[in-house]
Design a protein around this ligand. Sequence first.
Ligand SMILES: C[S@@+](CC[C@H](N)C(=O)[O-])C[C@H]1O[C@@H](n2cnc3c(N)ncnc32)[C@H](O)[C@@H]1O
Length: 277
Amino acid sequence: MSKRPFKNRLNDLDPKSWLKFQKSWFLHNPPPRRKDVLRHPAKFPETLVQEFIEFFTKRGQVVFDPMIGTGSTLVAALRAGRNSYGIELNPDYADIARQVISDERAALQISQEQCTATVITGDAANIANLIRTNNIPSIDYMITSPPYWNMLHARGAQTQKSRSEDPGMDQFYSEDAKDLGNIEIYEDFLEQLVEIYISLKPYFVPRAYLTIIVKNIKKGGKIYPLAWDLAKQLSRSYTLKDERIWVQDNQRLMPYGFGNAWVSNTFHHYCLQFRNE
Ligand SMILES: C[S@@+](CC[C@H](N)C(=O)[O-])C[C@H]1O[C@@H](n2cnc3c(N)ncnc32)[C@H](O)[C@@H]1O
């Protein structure tokens, strides 16, 4: 490593931790979830989000997530000592997020004045309005994961089968027509999602980073390259800074297309990196 003094303008990490994050892939198996957030069908682990937040921000900066689900981004931000704001359409998930954050505050003994973690119930399609009416300051970093189109409605998915047998578990995010996970046509879904991210542009500080965690989608024997489509379309407004690949290695292999055709078990997500340049 270079002998020059390490001048760090981006985060509070030491050189060794910085270098470790630079690997383009990482293995992260989600730890067990607390019971109340199990109801949500697709959450990302706070432990993973915290690593991203600690790389892309300094203590006290502002983190934003336009679709927080049960609040993982805000919990991770609180643990990392960053201020955070998040939007969620489903009021039940927003309430769970508020409870999870309040429990985390008590455990960490951090007050709202020391570090905010604000949950806003609303439609991300109205993002400009929500940001203004809730006095959200300029955003230093966004980390988020959208619905993977309407995949939760796909019949036959193994997780959906077991969820349908348990009344405490949701199979979809909601029945709301404004829920992006309920849009039937892929191109319409993509257009609305891209519009949400692009409408955020005036609210980022210059050179802020954005991380979007997403998968390419397989449906009816066809691939819908959501990660690649987002990378291409968002490059109109932000600079694409490549990806990190999140690999999960604790899922059961299923014999899709066995003896007949190539169908992978997709155990990786793209963490797409953009910068507001
Ligand atoms: C993949 S989940 C996010 C999970 C979250 N990262 C977590 O760890 O809990 C996508 C979320 O987007 C929400 N959503 C869908 N359409 C939305 C909209 N128009 N505005 C705000 N949230 C929306 C869904 O209710 C769902 O909770």
